[in-house]
Design a protein around this ligand. Structure first.
Ligand SMILES: C[S@@+](CC[C@H](N)C(=O)[O-])C[C@H]1O[C@@H](n2cnc3c(N)ncnc32)[C@H](O)[C@@H]1O
Length: 262
């Protein structure tokens, strides 16, 4: 399970989650800004990690009421925001309530859950009529078009490892259609294909560092599970960490949708 492989107690996990937030917050914030939330919005961030989205929401909408939730809340950054509260929610089994939220957000969470499609019904139910759902999920479909046959082979091996854990790293590609089938409306989606380069203080560099840390952390399972050799992982990490390489990284789908009114 995700929490066994990438627990918040790992010494590098806070940094990995910070890098992920630095890489993806700009797209997430732009997507949420387009939704014109009410000033007093009631918002829920599921699988909040360091809480960057929940904190931004609470700061941007001071009249709102924001909940940062996660399986493990220990990584949420300390803050003094009076309109931000923490709640332990396990998306696999906890009730999200009915017609509570103007916004539910999650990023890089659903793809790790075996019940990723079923939970969309619970999320839909938790939204007020007209309330919005924003989700960013991995969409690895185009990774094979990277710079070399090695790159395609490496990420194919990574996908096989992910599948062995019950993770669906192509879930982002299917998400818009699944949202439609689940009863959402006003579905909007854009595919993002970050280019990995390990220099500067950019979102792309943060994405690169996220993958560098993720792959280094998962090395025992990737190699020990027979999905790749140590040499393959070392070669991939040296491409990722090369400041002169500009390499296609795994993609993401950023989606927004609403609960129908009436
Ligand atoms: C890849 S991190 C993403 C963190 C944050 N959403 C971000 O993008 O910066 C995945 C997060 O989902 C949480 N998570 C994993 N399984 C969960 C579950 N069943 N219910 C709630 N949160 C879960 C993890 O604890 C972790 O904080």
């Amino acid at each position: 399970m995700y929490e066994d492989l990438l627990p918040h107690t790992l010494p590098t996990e806070a940094e990995r989650l910070d890098r992920m937030a630095h890489a993806h917050d700009p797209d997430t914030f732009a997507t949420i800004e387009r939704l014109n939330l009410p000033k007093n919005a009631h918002c829920l961030d599921i699988g909040a990690g360091r809480g960057s989205v929940a904190i931004w929401l609470a700061q941007t909408l001071p009249g709102s009421d924001v909940i940062a939730s996660d399986l493990d809340l220990s990584s949420v950054k300390k803050n003094t925001l009076s309109n931000l509260s923490l709640k332990k929610i396990d998306l696999r089994c906890d009730d999200l309530g009915s017609e509570v939220y103007d916004l539910v957000h999650c990023r890089a969470v659903l793809c790790f859950l075996p019940t990723r499609t079923e939970v969309l019904s619970a999320i839909l139910k938790s939204l007020k009529p007209g309330g919005a759902f924003v989700a960013t999920e991995m969409d690895f479909r185009q990774i094979a078009s990277g710079p070399s046959r090695f790159w395609a082979m490496f990420w194919t091996a990574y996908l096989e490892f992910a599948a062995s854990q019950g993770w669906d790293l192509e879930f982002g590609a299917a998400l818009p259609g699944i949202l439609a089938k689940s009863g959402f409306t006003e579905i909007d989606a854009r595919h993002i294909q970050p280019i990995l380069n390990h220099s500067g203080n950019t979102a792309g560099a943060a994405e690169t560092e996220t993958w560098s840390l993720t792959l280094a952390t998962l090395a025992p399972q990737l190699i020990g599970g027979g999905f790749m050799t140590k040499g393959m992982l070392t070669d991939a990490l040296s491409i990722i960490r090369n400041p002169e390489a500009w390499t296609t990284g795994p993609g993401f789908m950023v989606t927004s949708a609403r609960r129908p009114v009436g």
